[in-house]
Design a protein around this ligand. Structure first.
Ligand SMILES: NC(=O)c1ccc[n+]([C@@H]2O[C@H](COP(=O)([O-])OP(=O)(O)OC[C@H]3O[C@@H](n4cnc5c(N)ncnc54)[C@H](OP(=O)(O)O)[C@@H]3O)[C@@H](O)[C@H]2O)c1
Length: 229
C-alpha cells in the first residue's frame, strides 16, 4: 500500500510552497451544518494527516479556528517519528491568520497548543490586542498576505499547509499565492446556502494543472499544482 506521507511530499524548491487542503461536496458546498467535518470520511482524515505530516506549519484562518476546534493539533507518534527521520521537527507549528488580531488569547488554540502557536496580524492591528496575543503566541506583524507568507516561511519553513477557510483561500488566490490544491470531492449533494471553498470580493482567475487523482470508494482526492511559469 502506498504510504500517503511519501505520496504527498512537498515539491523541492527555494521559496514558500503554499498547499491548500479543502473538501467540498459534489454541488460545491464547503460545509454541512456550518462545519467541514461532515463532508469527508476516514480517507479524508487520513489524507489530512499525511498532509500535516509533510508540513512545517499549518496555516488557518481565525474563522475556521473558531468553529473547527484546532486546540491541541498534533500529528501521531508514528508521523512524528517519520518527520524526524526526514529532518523535520516532530510537530508542525500552527499559524493563525488574524489580520485584525480578533482572536482572544484565551482561545483553546493557545491554551492546548503543544508547540508555541504563531499569529499573523496586520501591522495596523490594535497594539493592545497584539500585546495580549504576544503572551501566548509568537505574533508576526505583516504588511499584506504576500509578506505574511514570506515571513512565515522564513520563521518556520517553506512547507505551508493551509486548511482554509474560504475567506483565507479566496485571499490567497487573489494574491496569487496558491502553489497547490489538494481537493477532496465528497460524494454528497448538499444544496442549502453553504459557502464555496473560496470566496472574496474580486474574481481572480488562476489556472492549475491536474497532478494526481486518487479514488477511495466514492470519494475523489484531486491534486492540482501551479503550472511552470
Ligand atoms: N470545506 C473545507 O475544506 C473547509 C476548510 C476550512 C474551513 N471551512 C469552513 O469555513 C468556515 C470558516 O471560514 P471563513 O471563511 O468564515 O473564515 P476563515 O477563512 O477561516 O478566516 C477568516 C479570517 O481570517 C483573517 N483573514 C482572512 N483573509 C485575510 C487577509 N488577507 N489578511 C489578514 N487576515 C485575513 C481574518 O481575521 P480577522 O477577522 O482577525 O482580521 C478573517 O476574519 C467554517 O464554517 C468552516 O467549517 C471549510
Amino acid at each position: 500500500m502506498t504510504d500517503l506521507r511519501e505520496a504527498y511530499q512537498v515539491p523541492a524548491g527555494d521559496g514558500p510552497h503554499v498547499r491548500m487542503n479543502m473538501v467540498m461536496s459534489l454541488d460545491g458546498a464547503a460545509t454541512v451544518g456550518g462545519r467541514s467535518g461532515g463532508l469527508g470520511d476516514d480517507a479524508d482524515v487520513a489524507t489530512m494527516q499525511a498532509l500535516r505530516a509533510n508540513a512545517d506549519v499549518v496555516l488557518v484562518g481565525v474563522g475556521t479556528v473558531a468553529v473547527e476546534g484546532y486546540g491541541g493539533m498534533r500529528v501521531s507518534d508514528d508521523d512524528a517519528a517519520w518527520r524526524r527521520s526526514r529532518g523535520l521537527s516532530a510537530q508542525p507549528r500552527i499559524a493563525v491568520l488574524s489580520g485584525g488580531a480578533s482572536i482572544a488569547p484565551e482561545h483553546p488554540v493557545f491554551a492546548q497548543a503543544i508547540t508555541r502557536p504563531i499569529v499573523l496580524v496586520s501591522s495596523e492591528a490594535d497594539p493592545q490586542r497584539v500585546a495580549g496575543l504576544a503572551e501566548v503566541a509568537d505574533v508576526i506583524g505583516t504588511a499584506d498576505l504576500v509578506d505574511a507568507v514570506q515571513q512565515l516561511a522564513k520563521a518556520v519553513g517553506r512547507r505551508i499547509l493551509c486548511e482554509g477557510g474560504p475567506t483565507v483561500f479566496g485571499a490567497l488566490i487573489e494574491a496569487d499565492l496558491v502553489d497547490e490544491l489538494c481537493l477532496t470531492l465528497s460524494p454528497k449533494l448538499i444544496a442549502g446556502s453553504a459557502p464555496r471553498v473560496a470566496h472574496g470580493p474580486n474574481e481572480s482567475v488562476r489556472a492549475l494543472a491536474l497532478a494526481d487523482v486518487r479514488r477511495v470508494g466514492d470519494e475523489l482526492f484531486l491534486r492540482y499544482i501551479r503550472p511552470a511559469r
